[in-house]
Write a protein that binds this ligand. Sequence first.
Ligand code: F6R
Length: 235
Amino acid sequence: MNILVAKTPTDAEAIAYTLITERLAGKREFVLGLATGSTPVGMYEMFKRDALDCSHVTSVNLDEYIGLAPSHPQSYHHFMEEKLFNDVPFKESHLPRGDAADPEAEAKRYEQLVRSIGVDLQLLGIGENGHIAFNEPGTALDAKTHVIELTESTREANRRFFDTIEEVPTHAITMGLDTIMNAREIVLVATGARKAEAVHHMIENVPTIDWPASILQAHPSVTIVLDAEAASGCS
Ligand code: F6R
């Protein structure tokens, strides 16, 4: 693991953004794995600020809530359009369909798609409980894209995007840990004191499925970019 610690969240985002732009530069084709949540928003602002050329880039997102159509304001489809795709055109963009009639079949379709195109670089955030994508503690190491029941703590953490807790979906389709580990390179960004415990388990403890991000220790090409607060639990 390559671990970089910046002073502020903006500095951490700038480091990760620079790393991504370096990888994209000069490539004729690139597959970029993207995330939602608060962490990547500052980076997506940098894509927009620079009008970054992504016309050769295919994007694949990590996850989507079950039950929300792409047009739903809280769907990850809508989030990605609003925060990035409306302003920065990509060659193609893929997310799982949360409104698929058969979510299990949709998870299989998405897994095949991601496998067939192959992810060059996957951008990740981390949950306070150590989840990556929606792989909650206890998820199987060999999990492919699958349907998952969200923990109450994750629903609480994501409640800020909804009016009431009842509106937060109970299930999602997520890339599995095995799907994520299959990416050629991984960049995980964590900022803020709320992430400090999860960051400590991810980089300083023996890998355990109780802290899913810790399995990234086994990936050959991972960069972890932290701000000072997120790094504050590490020795
Ligand atoms: C989002 C995702 C999640 C988030 C994580 C952190 O696509 O897969 O794992 O990265 O929940 O969320 P934020 O960035 O909002 O703290």
